[in-house]
Design a protein around this ligand. Structure first.
Ligand SMILES: [Zn+2]
Length: 111
């Protein structure tokens, strides 16, 4: 598992890169690295995204093709879906539990 420090650096770098990418399109979006939880990197976007900024983000992701696209893992997707639903419904306990479950799954299925 990556060290706590590596995860903190990865979060800081990704937050900076994402903010810079928005900046390059004339958008000012504050992206804040969060402390790692269970071996996972978290970022917060501290500004409400305008329609244009949201569109930039989805268009960039849609246009991106990873050099070695990982095969989607059904288990990962199920855990993410469950966590997203819990966050939407304000079920914090389940959201936190799913973050932990994802940490274990990443460690044992994808290490
Ligand atoms: Zn998986």
């Amino acid at each position: 598992m990556p060290s706590h420090d590596n995860l903190r650096h990865a979060a800081a770098r990704t937050a900076r890169e994402l903010a810079d990418a928005f900046q390059a399109h004339g958008c000012s979006v504050q992206v804040v690295p969060q402390p790692p939880v269970d071996g996972q990197v978290y970022l917060s976007i501290h500004d409400p995204l305008t329609g244009y900024e949201a569109e930039l983000l989805t268009a960039a992701l849609a246009a991106y093709t990873a050099p070695h696209a990982p095969t989607p893992c059904e288990e990962c997707r199920a855990i993410k879906r469950k966590r997203a639903r819990a966050l939407r419904e304000g079920d914090r306990a389940t959201a936190v539990e799913m973050a932990t479950v994802m940490g274990f799954h990443q460690r044992y299925a994808h290490a």
